[in-house]
Design a protein around this ligand. Structure first.
Ligand SMILES: NC(=O)c1ccc[n+]([C@@H]2O[C@H](COP(=O)([O-])OP(=O)(O)OC[C@H]3O[C@@H](n4cnc5c(N)ncnc54)[C@H](O)[C@@H]3O)[C@@H](O)[C@H]2O)c1
Length: 260
């Protein structure tokens, strides 16, 4: 059984990943917040992702890391930098030193948020981040590209669209970006087990209204089962957002902090 370190295990995506991975892998969980109801089969490390000594101990004997710990939305620079740049570096360097074979990174669609909605894009486009948060995730992708080329580390960056609790899209934009819990679980299992070197994939279900074309995800063996469209009749026809948000893939992340 592969040993998998899940960082950010106490969070929303971490809880879903934990449910989807348990039983298939030997789980090591890390978070700075208490992790709900750990089982005897799970090993828990409590502390900050910037704590290099703690992260080194958590990496011992690990085959794959699923790195979710971080600042999950826009924030001031110090907050974004500490968690997503300094913390990312600590996690990736600790993985290299421990000889971890596969690094799976929770990137975001906000790496490409300024692409317009009428443009279908693939995983090779130049990043167009819509926030400091998006910039920090682009840094994470580039850091892993560097570690793959320089040190031969194998990595999969998942540009997660929208994963929610409840497990359903909450607005019209999500009809394009949503990923169901079971599809996310399948995608992470593929990312752990597939025979690849470096891939960037979009973390989305088989949504009728998707904007992203993605051959990497199918290379991993990912075959999504869900489509956000089945929720469309429960949502309004249009989101009540400003013109900039409505025009771009990143939605309101694109209009925050603009003067007009
Ligand atoms: N939910 C989504 O739709 C979505 C979309 C794109 C990307 N992501 C990414 O997925 C990851 C998880 O997001 P989420 O929605 O579950 O957010 P969340 O806030 O529920 O979970 C984040 C977890 O990381 C932990 N954490 C944060 N900073 C830490 C630090 N410095 N050290 C240790 N632990 C720390 C938090 O305690 C929390 O449990 C994030 O990296 C986020 O950017 C999520």
């Amino acid at each position: 059984m592969k040993r998998v370190l899940l960082t950010g295990a106490a969070g929303l995506v971490g809880g879903v990943a934990r449910d989807e991975l348990r039983g298939r892998y030997e789980m090591v969980l890390l978070d700075r917040q208490p992790i709900p109801s750990p089982t005897p089969e799970e090993t828990v490390f409590l502390g900050d992702i910037q704590d290099a000594a703690l992260v080194a101990r958590a990496m011992e004997g690990v085959d794959a890391v699923v790195h979710l710990a971080g600042q999950p939305t826009e924030a001031d620079w110090d907050t974004v930098r500490d968690a997503n740049i300094e913390g990312m570096y600590v996690a990736v360097e600790a993985a290299r030193r421990a000889g971890v074979k596969r690094f799976i990174f929770a990137s975001t669609n906000h790496v490409i948020g300024y692409y317009p909605r009428n443009q279908s894009i693939d995983e090779h486009v130049t990043p167009r981040p819509d926030t400091r948060y998006g910039v920090s995730k682009a840094f994470g992708e580039f850091l892993l590209r560097f570690y793959a080329d320089k040190f031969g580390m194998s990595a999969v960056c998942i540009r997660i669209g929208t994963l929610r609790k409840p497990d359903a899209p909450g607005d019209v934009r999500h009809l394009s970006t949503w990923i169901s819990h079971r599809d996310f679980g399948q995608l992470v299992r593929c990312a752990i087990d597939a025979d690849v070197q470096f891939e960037i994939v979009y973390g989305m279900s088989a949504n009728t209204r998707r904007w992203w074309r993605d051959s990497s995800a199918s290379t991993l063996g990912y075959r999504p089962l869900d489509d956000a469209e089945r929720f469309a009749s429960q949502l309004p026809e249009k989101d009540d957002v400003d013109e900039v948000a409505a025009r771009h893939q990143g939605g309101v992340f694109c209009s925050w902090e603009r003067d007009g």
